[in-house]
Ligand binder design. Structure first.
Ligand code: RRO
Length: 322
């Protein structure tokens, strides 16, 4: 399941998505040992934050919804933790992705420079958190202009660590935003962040989350993520993509590769299948690839972009007129 990504060779195409197992070095190491090729720490910002008040997450039946609210210890406190995580992951060959946010483009650059002290293999600029609208306004991922300003600021601040930019699904033309951030210096794209949504408890007549709205993840958003990754691959075919959103089984991960992702992110699957989700998805992917005569995950990347061949699908027999 070895997979090339930028200048790295990863032991597996599966990536622990940001926010799932926090910022602790031991949990990140555990995800690496479970079979991830790369692990993403929870996004950190310029200073410590407590996040939103509970309830902050809910399983609503077809997926999860969260408004955790960016709780984190701040970049200064997190840098040594990431350095520890990197040292623990090194013997496993697993790469560390340091995710971060800020409220201005220059702030993104400053946080990236602080985290760079830990020498993570990759940086992930999280410009798409859906849960801090009332505080920070529209996410940077909502416009090509603001997304590219952040990207350029981070590249100026830390030119020597490859940069992934994490995009939002709720935009009219995600390919245009991907093109803009790549032109501004992004080395890779991660798509998608969670999809804004709301769950209302009809007995109390109140939104369930204290933040009222939150980000949807899990099985319900897989088709949204597939379409976004498909459009990004069309817009920037030379740029590697980490496809995230609703991947629960190996077949979901294969579909994501076919849409154009090089790596696949796993998040809510840890809730549905437990910590063994990564191993199970990896085994299911390997079994599917073998059964279909493919040696590597890379063999199926972008397959869905071939011309549509409806004759590949069985045509149902015409129903006789009554
Ligand atoms: O912390 C959160 O509420 C959060 C973040 Br930073 C994010 O990027 N995506 C998400 O669904 N939740």
């Amino acid at each position: 399941m070895k997979t090339s990504f930028l200048d790295f060779v990863l032991p597996s195409p599966i990536v622990l998505a940001s926010g799932v197992w926090g910022t602790s070095a031991t949990l990140l190491e555990r995800a690496g040992a479970a079979g991830c090729g790369a692990v993403t720490a929870k996004s950190v910002g310029p200073g410590p934050r407590g996040g939103h008040v509970n309830p902050t997450a809910l399983d609503w039946g077809h997926g999860l919804i969260n408004a955790i609210g960016l709780p984190n210890p701040g970049a200064e406190a997190e840098a040594p933790v990431l350095a520890d995580a990197r040292a623990r992951l090194e013997p496993l060959g697993v790469k560390l992705i340091a995710s971060f946010f800020a409220d201005t483009a220059e702030g993104f650059g400053r946080v990236a420079a602080t985290l760079a002290r830990a020498r993570p293999h990759l940086l992930e600029a999280n410009i798409s958190c859906p849960n801090v609208h009332s505080e920070f306004g529209e996410p940077f991922a909502a416009s090509a202009e603001s997304a590219s300003l952040v990207t350029a600021a981070v590249k100026r601040a830390v030119p020597d660590i490859p940069l992934i930019v994490k995009l939002a699904p709720n935009v009219p033309a995600i390919g245009r935003i991907a093109r803009a951030v790549v032109d501004a210096g992004a080395d890779a794209i991660c798509a998608i962040n969670t999809m804004p949504g709301m769950i209302i408890d009809i007995e109390s007549g109140q939104p369930v989350l204290q933040n009222r709205s939150g980000g949807l993840s899990g099985p319900a958003i897989l088709p949204i993520a597939l379409r976004c990754v498909y459009e990004i691959h069309q817009a920037v075919p030379e740029t590697p993509i980490i496809g995230v959103g609703g991947i629960t089984f190996g077949k979901d991960a294969i579909a994501m590769l076919m849409a154009g992702a090089t790596l696949v992110g796993v998040g809510s699957a840890m809730h549905y299948r437990g910590p063994q989700a990564v191993t199970q998805i990896q085994d299911e992917m390997a079994a599917w690839l073998k059964a279909h005569g493919h040696a590597f995950p890379a063999d199926v990347v972008g397959l869905a972009h071939r011309e549509v061949r409806y004759d590949l699908h069985p045509t149902p027999a015409p129903v006789p007129e009554p």
